[in-house]
Design a binder for this molecule. Sequence first.
Ligand code: XMP
Length: 513
Amino acid sequence: MGRPVLILDFGSQYTQLIARRVRELGIYAEIYPFNRSRAEIEAFGAGAIILSGGPNSVTSEEAPTIGAWIFEQGVPVLGICYGLQLTCQLLGGRVAASDDREYGPAEIRLTEEGSPLTRGLSAVQGVWMSHGDRVEALPEGFSILAQTDSTPFAMIGCEARQLYGVQFHPEVHHTPEGLKLLQNFCFGIAGLRSDWSMADFLERKAQEIQAQVGSDRVICGLSGGVDSSVVAALLQQAIGDQLTCIFVDHGMLRQGERQQVKALFGSHFESDLRVIDAEAEFLDALAGVSDPEQKRKIIGRLFVEVFEREAKGLEGAKWLAQGTLYPDVIESVSPLGGPSVTIKSHNNVGGLPERMGLGLVEPLRELFKDEVRALGRELGLPDHLVQRHPFPGPGLAVRCPGVITRDRLETLRAADHILIEELYSSGWYHRCWQALCVLLPVRSVGVMGDERTYEEVLSVRAVTSTDGMTADWVQLPHELLGRIASRIVNEVRGVNRVLYDITSKPPGTIEWE
Ligand code: XMP
């Protein structure tokens, strides 16, 4: 593989997006927090370095910073927003704090022709600007490449040292020519190669897994979701019959999920698949429980117990495969400080490998979600699986406020199936990050035919999001909402009223519990 890009994170909300854009160019990129040691940064062997944006002012004392040695690595450096300010400050320019933050769309004009950074870019173009501090004097050797009406230093560069800075975000979609700019930086300036592809990744990973596990048996917990399915398919390809997949049916899955997993992994991939029917065990333990955190705890504990019981019987099992993704392993920089609060205990099976004395195989640790999907396609997983919405580990339990019963789950499953079917056939499924139904423990009066009904209320939710951390509700067409509601009321037993949830996150969460 060619030389990668190192992105140093100074706390911008867009840092991961920079890495994704670089990878879209076919160049491997990793994110390190700004305060990693010089030795670690140098050992990474970057072919180019990007300094991210961040919410701080470089003039404040607590501002995250780095030594000027970062500019002496013999590779090009691009500073974005805060990264530009920092470049100026560290190299002897002058930066002053300013009270007015400019954030949002702006128009830049190129002021100098012939810079490799601006090659092929329009003379005037829209960008997504972000700045708080004001550069007052450039470091020696730098010149201005672009300006706006209010920012004289919108793009700067020192061609001799291949150091650059942009005061806007080239990584966001609101900067239409941003990808072209990153392309200029990575290919034109740094001379990097485009050789990060899922086909190569697959080949390299398969070899790594073989070397890691030798002839040992590996256990993989399948959930029916994208990540665990990709892990299983990858392991199946890498180590074949040394793999055992375990699928725990806790009774709170989507319609047809168990059959789909069986068809795909049992039949199609011919994996050694153990399907555990644990519905009764889970539902008995959940009987009468309505507190959301208690539900999650019971499910998490039981899941570990059931899984462990099954796995113990497997001879020679030394490894547990997990679908940990890159966003889970990036050390986050919290520049604004303050304690983070646990909103929900999402960690469904934490501690399982330690308890069972198993080593971990985490082949997706380097990948973003969209790359996992591309890898899934490469492995021959069907499109509907690869493109599937996220589904929570505790399943329908977190969509069933109040007590959980078989009947209520059945109602919820049937409604969910209709919602997903309608989103698919109208072309809206892939425009939503996630769509779900929640069965409320509230009854309302209705009329059907000549009869009075008194049944539960169902809430429909569809959101857009990039990472599940924030979300917005989707403005589904009224006609589609009407069809969904009428099908649910007519076809699903136990529901006579449908609501549409128009709460964003924050202040709401995606799931209701
Ligand atoms: P919330 O509801 O916190 O959800 O806005 C954010 C994303 O996480 C999923 N989610 C879970 N995933 N175990 C999981 O594996 C859980 O307990 C859990 N709770 C929520 C949720 O579906 C959404 O995609």
